[in-house]
Design a protein around this ligand. Structure first.
Ligand code: AOF
Ligand code: ZN
Length: 329
């Protein structure tokens, strides 16, 4: 059997649920016999059935010695929001399982494979592991690094200014760039900003996209305790206000929560603080061809800052009249 091809299919069926399963990983499973796919299932919604369970539910055949299960991620072995998949697999009588990657979640981390092996199944793993990891980049990062993946997003003028000093609030980047930002927001588990941004820009900071999704949570770093809760920012999803000013402590606190990724959308001061603390894994710059000139407030003291923080170019392309550049660690 061509396990690479089958694993790719399992990955493919998991991917459409990206925005509905987060912060869980996208997972897909197949049951095959003699190179034929007899059943398939994906994890479709956070808190609901895992891929393996949906896969068994779609199988009409009775399992025999020749059936093989393909699963992109090590089956879970713990009681979370759903019971352990390992027990379901063992009960089914299936004898062989091919896994993409181990699950880095400390609640699973090898115990799923051990349980299956102990029950006498033939288990192998590591098929298209790289692809599974890439697809679930934030999930693997969080569990392997103990903190969420941090993306900083900025919109800049051609001369690296953030906004004009006189407070005129015209948009720097085009509508197409601002639409792209909505998808970036949708990908993250939480959006973090500062009190100044809320007071001056009055942003909504939700993900306005045309597909169903779990809205990112919102995190407001501010020492101001009382807020006008009718502001747009306080709608759509849960808002957490954090009064702590030490960013290392803030991220430590956020690491305890069920968040794999954090999108920082803030002004120059907070953005530079995140960079200074080394708390940036990726930076996305939407840059307009227009300059703000003398009236503009600079994003950085100098542009070479991006190199200084160990970020290097990942991709760069145009969106309408702007340029979107992604830098990564
Ligand atoms: C699987 N199959 O389809 C997924 C798995 O709270 P729960 O019960 O939904 O468990 C979530 C954890 O289970 C998640 O963090 C990850 O470690 C694993 N995800 N495991 O066997 C699946 N989505
Ligand atoms: Zn499971």
């Amino acid at each position: 059997m061509n396990y690479d091809l089958l694993m790719q299919r399992a990955i493919n069926i998991s991917a459409p649920y990206k925005y509905l399963v987060k912060p869980n990983p996208m997972v897909g499973a197949l049951i095959v016999k003699d190179d034929k796919v007899l059943a398939e299932g994906a994890h479709e919604k956070f808190g609901e059935a895992h891929a393996e369970v949906n896969c068994f539910n779609s199988l009409r055949d009775k399992i025999d010695e020749d059936h093989v299960m393909i699963c992109t991620l090590e089956p879970c072995n713990h009681y979370g929001k759903t019971p352990p998949c390992t027990e379901k697999i063992i009960e089914s009588g299936i004898k062989k399982i091919i896994i993409g990657s181990l699950d880095p979640n400390p609640k699973v981390a090898g115990t799923g494979i051990k349980r299956l092996k102990d029950a006498g199944l033939e288990v192998s793993y590591g098929v298209l592991e790289k692809e599974v990891r890439e697809l679930n980049k934030f999930f693997f990062f969080k569990h392997e690094n103990g903190r969420p993946f941090i993306t900083i997003k900025i919109a800049s003028s051609a001369d690296w200014k953030s906004h004009s000093k006189d407070g005129s609030t015209t948009w720097i980047t085009s509508e197409a760039s601002r639409k792209d930002v909505q998808v970036v927001r949708a990908e993250h588990d939480a959006i973090l900003t500062g009190g100044n941004t809320i007071r001056t820009d009055k942003p909504r900071m939700n993900a306005r996209v045309e597909f169903p999704l779990i809205q990112p949570q919102k995190i407001l770093l501010s020492e101001q305790k009382k807020w006008d809760l009718s502001l747009d920012f306080f709608q759509d999803s849960q808002v957490n206000i954090i009064g702590e000013t030490n960013l290392v402590k803030v991220v430590e606190e956020l690491s305890k929560r069920d968040l794999n990724s954090l999108l920082v959308e803030a002004g120059p001061k907070l953005v530079n603080s995140f960079l200074d603390e080394g708390l940036c894994d990726e930076m996305i710059v939407y840059q307009s061809p227009d300059k703000l000139g003398e009236n503009g407030v600079s994003w950085f003291q100098n542009e070479a800052i991006i190199d200084k923080y160990g970020l290097s170019l990942k991709s760069s392309y145009t969106i309408d009249r702007d340029k979107k550049t992604v830098f990564e660690k």
